[in-house]
Design a protein around this ligand. Structure first.
Ligand SMILES: [Zn+2]
Length: 202
């Protein structure tokens, strides 16, 4: 690492692309390129810091793929990274008030329901997962919503989805008015057809 004479943070004029850093970390680069990156990292704290972020994210994605059973709202940055890591993402985007035919295969790693809604001004948004009659089974309270976002990416547990029989699941996004009353932002119907063999198959 370079010794700094002043206390100012060094600004890198040629930052290494995150995808290149990821390739460097997984030893996917050709020798000359790898040596050039190594040399750069030796002298550049800023890119070194970004390499640590890339590693942390990659490990996180691997852990998540291994777990494969989390129900959570994910960011587009996460999905982009997961795709770059080679994970297979299956995504369904039913319109608000509408439905979609969906399934999951043995090769899928991540299952996403993309729920479009007008989220502007919503201070708190809850995601409710309901059965085919609309009875709430699970609620993710106060989910993260990126400012300016027009949809929410819900990750269904891939383990759960792979074991699920043919069935209908209704998702709802709700917010709250000043008085605390619940207001529907959108309702989405997932008509799931099981395509994997096993105990839950028809
Ligand atoms: Zn740099």
């Amino acid at each position: 690492m370079r010794i700094r004479n002043d206390g100012d943070p060094m600004i890198c004029s040629t930052p290494i692309d995150a995808a290149v850093l990821a390739d460097y970390w997984t030893a996917a680069l050709a020798k000359p390129e790898e040596e050039a990156i190594e040399e750069h990292l030796f002298n550049c704290d800023q890119c070194g810091e970004r390499l640590r972020e890339v590693i942390a994210l990659a490990e996180g994605v691997r852990n998540l793929a291994r777990e494969g059973s989390l129900r959570m709202v994910v960011s587009d940055a996460f999905l982009k990274r997961a795709a770059e890591e080679g994970l297979r993402i299956r995504e369904y985007a039913p319109p608000a008030g509408g439905g979609v035919q969906c399934t999951v295969t043995a090769e899928d790693d991540i299952l996403i329901g993309r729920l479009a809604a007008n989220l502007s001004g919503a201070k708190r948004v809850d995601l409710c997962i309901c059965d085919e009659l609309g009875v709430e089974q699970l609620r993710l309270p106060d989910i993260p919503v990126q400012s300016g976002a027009s949809n929410v990416a819900y990750q269904e547990s891939i383990t759960f989805a792979k074991a699920m029989p043919t069935s209908k699941i209704i998702a709802r996004l709700v917010t709250f008015d000043e008085a605390g009353g619940e207001r529907l932002l959108g309702e989405y119907t997932f008509n799931h057809t099981r395509s994997l063999p096993g105990p839950g198959a028809w």
